[in-house]
Write a protein that binds this ligand. Structure first.
Ligand SMILES: [Zn+2]
Ligand SMILES: [Zn+2]
Length: 238
């Protein structure tokens, strides 16, 4: 562990201070005071397939109604907004690795409500360049922490082989095209899999990953992210 990480961990030991507001918390609260936990932008009524928060009483979002997403189900703790977004950015870009644990605890709570059976847990790989620059892949950190909580096995299943142009400015279908061939398997996938990532935006990344493992014999792919972006997709792109 780098000295800088050690210092951060010293000032932010698990269960001592709320990771959002800094007030004292009990160890059993796993890093969030009640107020800050409640203030996360919680999902309300979600699409039964991709887990995105939908503002209608339909079972499926427009995307899942019209598109064939390859993964079986996806769920997230909350919407990618406000403090949830801030937490992800801190974890990803400010070296605050200790945030993976409290995030993993919230994700494990969502996981326990699903009826998912899986043989192993994996994570969306980051490119070698990203890992070199950042020093870690936050999805892997979260997957490791979730596995500690639920006593499951993490497999390092794939690598990211394609350097992708930034996706922010791409439209919905562009993102799905852009992901094609992004990952390569390092080993044979298990029959059923739980895939962990920090954020789901369009679902294009998870979809591409699911396609790859299913082509190699995996039957069930479940996806769990901390946050998911609520996005309105123009009808012309569905
Ligand atoms: Zn707080
Ligand atoms: Zn959906």
């Amino acid at each position: 562990m780098k000295l800088f990480d050690k210092i951060l961990e010293f000032f932010n030991p698990q269960g001592i201070k709320c990771v959002v507001c800094g007030t004292d918390v009990q160890k059993s609260q796993h890093g969030f005071c009640d107020k800050c936990k409640k203030a996360l932008p919680a999902n309300d009524h979600v699409c039964q397939k991709c887990g995105v928060d939908i503002r209608t009483m339909n079972d499926f979002c427009d995307m899942c109604g019209k598109n064939q997403l390859v993964f079986d189900e996806a769920r997230s703790v909350c919407r990618y907004e406000g403090e949830a977004q801030h937490l992800v950015l801190r974890l990803k870009f400010s070296g605050q690795k200790y945030l993976s644990k409290p995030i993993a605890h919230l994700m494990a709570q969502v996981l326990q409500k699903q009826n998912w059976q899986f043989d192993a847990v994996t994570f969306i790989p980051a490119s070698k360049d990203t890992v070199k620059k950042r020093g870690y892949n936050q999805a892997q950190l979260i997957a490791n922490d979730i596995c500690d909580i639920i006593n499951a096995k993490v497999v390092d299943l794939a690598e990211k082989v394609k350097d992708l142009p930034p996706q922010e400015k791409m439209d919905y279908l562009g993102r799905f095209d852009n992901m094609k061939g992004a990952f390569k398997l390092k080993q044979k996938p298990p029959k059923s899999l739980l895939v962990i990532d920090d954020v789901k935006t369009t679902g294009a990344t998870l979809n591409e990953f699911a396609k790859l493992v299913k082509r190699h014999g995996c039957k069930q792919v479940y996806c769990l992210t901390f946050a998911s972006r609520v996005k309105q997709v123009p009808a012309s792109q569905l």
